[in-house]
Design a protein around this ligand. Structure first.
Ligand code: C2E
Ligand code: MG
Ligand code: MG
Length: 652
């Protein structure tokens, strides 16, 4: 017997969609739809096979009841054709499945009666009486072969049973024994197959329920799995990806770089003075601030196909495929601006800004990126470190010469950035004497000590401050402090302050000096700025412009350490210095005749240019008397006066 069950597999659950909710009823409905399609297919196959067998019985007709066979065979053919035609028309017209079943059931009934009616007219009653047993096949077909509902099965097989009884009682001549035996056979066949049909229907319905339940469970499990996966990759606070997800993304990009040289950038972002923000506004506001920043940066970054994640605390990381290093820098600048434009108030910062800002460090894959992805993250971290040390709210791209926090120079970086706040810097003043032996000027020299009190030489900390940019703030502080210490208190007529090229290149240096002079209420001519010749200073137009602006304020420009580098003569030609300080090594070399000639030539050269001459590094009385003989304008050195604090200067 043919029958089919709805199996729970294959199961196609809906793809993950957070907005979609899927219930048990949905699962059942979708299974019913699938079951219906299978049912229709099998009904069609069943009917075609059944009709084939039905027509095939034309052969037994002609052997057993040859006298009526032409009529029964004709009836078979007509009924077979009509049944198939009716079924196919309904199927193509997409009639409901119940109508296809009704068609099959009608085909069974009509097929049976259409054959029985002419067949019982046969004169070969013995053969016919045996042949009638095949009527039971029609009942079995209704109850077991097709998948009719219980009611349709019973109705169909009931009509077959009725037709049989009518024929044996009123149409076909039979004996009581025949009627009893065959009648009982038909009735038991009817009852038995109807019972099996009922069981099958119950079973089918149970299978459907179980399959729906299984499908629903599978959907729920998949859904839960996806939710868990998403949760494990999401930062609980900001909703962007977490470190784990970003690490995976980094690994992918790293593979792409190693195998196909696909360039990518790592951008580290740190919220400036976030601890102070939390202290001032509370942790809830702190969390809100991070969330707002994360959400807006996600939009910016995803537009460029980058991924942003929270790297910990107030630090974010961006991993982004790029075409060029400029693209990475452009994105880093956009990120910095985006956060500044959010204008989240942060009034307790120690600098002059009042909104939340970020420092950004960028690293790009390069030939020397090593063979571990950690290296590029470390480089971005070093760049971020430099950005923080350079006054924050800025972007720094990794450069192999950047100081590292773990070497001795690198340790200075954060200390220099906070040196003024933490009172780690001070100024000492060394007197500068005129020919008459009177000190009318002092040179301000910066001193820096570590938090544990260890002094660090300016030769070490000044280059670091220049590299990180901390010199801008320190240099401004030095000029202001020197003006207040020396000029406002009239301790000396003039103070000279050393400046670095980094300061001269910064756009607002001259106006800063002007502000300081105004605030202190002193004339520019009492301030001298020393530019060191030995420094690697290019002749850039902004430096000349800055010097011209300073001169316009009356500020004197001195050339320091003349002769210590290669560019001294070019500088002498390009800029009109008020004073030229001869590097102390020339004085110290005067112990031999060649050295003395050298110093004399140098002095003649400066004198011809019309500059005032200052010789530094006077350590002995002999050196002093030599300089007197050479009629040097001014002198400076340990022999004449050590660098001392402003208070001690007064006492001296
Ligand atoms: P400099 O401007 O040539 O300063 C003179 C340096 O020579 C000072 O060293 C001073 O202490 C030292 N000195 C003075 N008299 C003698 C002497 O008789 N013999 C010897 N051997 N040395 C003497 P210091 O303070 O260590 O400063 C070194 C350099 O650091 C300075 O050279 C200057 O280029 C730089 N510097 C110091 N303060 C500042 C500052 O505020 N800003 C900038 N940009 N640079 C500074
Ligand atoms: Mg100097
Ligand atoms: Mg000098």
């Amino acid at each position: 017997m043919w029958c089919y069950y709805v199996s729970p597999a294959p199961v196609t659950v809906p793809v993950h969609d957070v907005s979609a909710s899927y219930s048990l009823a949905d699962a059942r409905r979708s299974l019913e739809t699938e079951k219906d399609a299978i049912h229709r297919r099998w009904s069609r196959h069943g009917l075609w096979v059944g009709v084939g067998v039905y027509v095939g019985f034309a052969a037994p007709d002609s052997w057993l009841i040859p006298d009526v066979a032409p009529t029964t065979i004709a009836a078979r053919l007509v009924i077979a054709f009509a049944a198939l035609l009716a079924f196919e028309v309904l199927r193509i017209a997409k009639a409901r499945t119940i109508w296809l079943d009704v068609t099959c059931a009608s085909a069974l009934v009509v097929g049976y009666i259409g054959w029985l009616w002419p067949a019982v007219a046969s004169h070969d009653t013995t053969a016919m009486s045996y042949y009638m047993i095949f009527g039971a096949i029609f009942m079995m077909g209704a109850n077991l072969f097709f998948s009719f509902s219980f009611r349709l099965s019973v109705a169909t097989s009931g009509i077959v049973l009725l037709a049989f009884f009518i024929s044996i009682y009123w149409v076909f001549p039979t004996t009581p024994a025949y009627r009893l035996a065959f009648g009982l056979f038909y009735i038991s066949c009817f009852l038995f197959t109807s019972f099996v049909n009922w069981r099958l229907n119950v079973e089918r319905s149970n299978v459907l329920l179980n399959a729906a339940e299984a499908r629903y469970q599978q959907w729920a499990a998949t859904e839960r799995g996806l939710e868990l996966l998403e949760l494990s990759n999401t930062d609980y606070l900001t909703g962007i990806e977490n470190r784990r997800a970003l690490d995976r993304r980094l690994d992918e990009c790293w593979e792409g770089w190693k195998k196909h040289r696909r360039v990518f950038a790592v951008i580290l972002i740190d919220v400036d003075f976030f601890k102070r923000f939390n202290d001032q506004y509370g942790h809830q506001e702190g969390d809100r601030c991070l969330t707002v920043i994360a959400t807006s940066l996600r939009d910016v970054v995803s537009r460029s196909h980058g991924t942003i994640g929270r790297y910990g605390g107030e630090e974010f990381i961006v991993v982004m495929p790029i075409d060029s290093p400029e693209m990475a820098k452009g994105m880093a600048n956009r990120i910095r601006r985006e956060v500044e434009d959010l204008a989240i108030a942060h009034t307790e910062r120690p600098d002059d800004r009042s909104v939340v800002t970020v420092s950004v460090g960028v690293a790009v894959t390069r030939q020397q990126s090593g063979d571990k992805v950690e290296r590029i993250v470390r480089e971005a971290d070093l760049a971020l470190y430099a950005a923080k040390a350079t006054g924050r709210n800025c972007v720094r791209v990794f450069d192999p010469s950047l100081p590292r926090p773990d070497d001795s120079v690198g340790k200075l970086v954060p200390l220099l950035a906070a040196a003024i706040d933490r009172n780690l810097v001070s100024l000492v003043y060394q007197p500068i004497f005129d020919v008459d032996g009177v000190a009318r000027a002092v040179e301000a020299l910066m001193r820096f000590k570590m938090p544990d009190g260890t002094a660090v030489s300016p030769k070490i900390f000044i280059p670091v401050a220049e590299q990180t940019g901390a010199i801008l703030e320190l240099g401004r502080w030095a000029i202001e402090t020197a003006c207040r210490d020396i000029l406002m208190t009239d301790r000396m007529a003039t103070v000279s302050v050393n400046v670095s090229p980094v300061q001269l290149k910064s756009a607002d240096f001259a106006s800063n000096v002007s502000d300081i002079l105004k605030e202190c209420g002193i004339s520019g001519s009492r301030l001298a700025l020393e530019i060191t010749e030995g420094l690697d200073m290019e002749m850039q137009s902004e430096i000349f412009r800055c010097i011209a602006d300073l001169r316009a304020l009356g500020v004197e420009i001195w050339l320091d350490d003349f002769g210590s580098g290669f560019a001294g003569l070019s500088w002498l030609r390009a800029i009109e210095f008020q004073t030229v300080k001869v590097d102390r090594t020339f004085l110290h070399d005067c112990s031999n005749p060649r050295g003395l000639t050298m110093l004399q030539d140098m002095i003649a050269l400066i004198r011809n240019r019309g500059n005032s001459i200052l010789v530094e590094g006077v350590e002995t009385a002999a050196q002093m008397s030599l300089l007197k003989d050479l009629r040097i304008d001014r002198v400076q050195g340990f022999h004449l006066g050590m660098p001392v604090s402003a208070d001690m200067l007064k006492a001296a």
